[in-house]
Design a protein around this ligand. Structure first.
Ligand SMILES: [Fe+2]
Length: 284
């Protein structure tokens, strides 16, 4: 069966059909998958029965699969599972009092993965293995479109500015700069708008969960502008909501999209296997 690309939303998300990721994918098909990924920002393969190695091979279509990094010393409270493997398990499953993975429960606000690294990951591949009876949807927002939707005057005012991105693994909401000790959380200053290294398109690079302030601006003004940008970044017209089925592999471009997770029942097991693709420095 030949590969086909079926858009799921006007500006973000497409399903790729006719590809069995349990087998090596030929070069021509790989190029088509990368093209669909650039065009649609999020691509979904449904009904895949993937062993660990199959997911890594699928990841290599998009770039080099990275090994999972340890969080800073003393920041292990919600982090479990193995290190030095490509996989992180996004799960609420606890065995013998120890979490099998990370980011187990509940809603998670919109964010880029690893925007607080010097070289944010290029892409994330999330594979569903156990799902709850309701909830747990992942929503993706197209940040090229968000950039285009910023009022001209505001865009001009912010051009060349930088933002502080940070994240504490223990928290699922925005950190308060008045109380947080920056030495203890991962953080990095990034351009507020980036030029996507692969497509050359401009993308808004802030998120409600991880962007703490606009550098070099009074805090009150920074807060007011960020509130406006967060709303633009999450505008429902640029959001695709993925309703998971077992065997979905969802791959998203982590430079030009943000994502959030909806709530789900804590008492039911949920298990997602995640790997990421090596990134690079973000530039204006
Ligand atoms: Fe994430």
């Amino acid at each position: 069966m030949a590969m086909s690309v079926v858009p799921m939303h006007p500006v973000i998300g497409a399903e790729i059909k006719g590809v069995d990721l349990t087998k090596p994918v030929d070069q021509e098909t790989q190029a088509k998958i990368r093209k669909a990924f650039e065009d649609h920002v999020v691509v979904v393969f449904r009904g895949q029965d993937l062993a660990d190695g199959d997911q890594v091979r699928a990841g290599e279509i998009f770039g080099k699969v990275v090994l999972r990094e340890r969080p800073p010393v003393g920041d292990l409270s919600t982090q479990g599972g193995n290190w030095d493997t490509p996989f992180m398990y996004v799960t609420n499953i606890v065995e013998n009092g120890k979490s099998l993975g990370s980011f187990g429960d509940g809603e998670m606000w919109f964010h880029h993965d690893t925007s607080y690294y010097e070289e944010p990951h290029r892409a994330t591949l999330l594979y569903s293995q156990k799902l709850t009876s309701w909830g747990g949807e992942t929503c993706f927002a197209n940040q090229y479109a968000a950039y285009d939707n910023i009022p001209r005057k505001l865009r001009d005012k912010l051009e060349g500015r930088k933002v502080l991105q940070m994240h504490d693994y223990k928290r699922r909401e925005r950190l308060n700069l008045d109380v947080v000790d920056l030495a203890k959380v991962r953080h990095h200053v990034q351009p507020i708008f980036i030029t996507h290294p692969a497509t050359g398109r401009k993308s808004l690079y802030v998120s409600r969960l991880m962007t703490a302030r606009i550098e070099g601006m009074p805090m009150a003004e920074s807060e007011e502008i960020l509130a406006q940008l967060f709303d633009i970044s999450e505008d429902p017209s640029i959001v695709y909501e993925h309703k998971w089925k077992i065997g979905d592999l969802v791959c998203w471009d982590n430079w030009c999209s943000i994502h959030m997770r909806k709530d789900f029942p804590r008492e039911e097991p949920r298990l997602m296997r995640r790997c990421t693709i090596v990134g690079q420095t973000m530039h204006f």
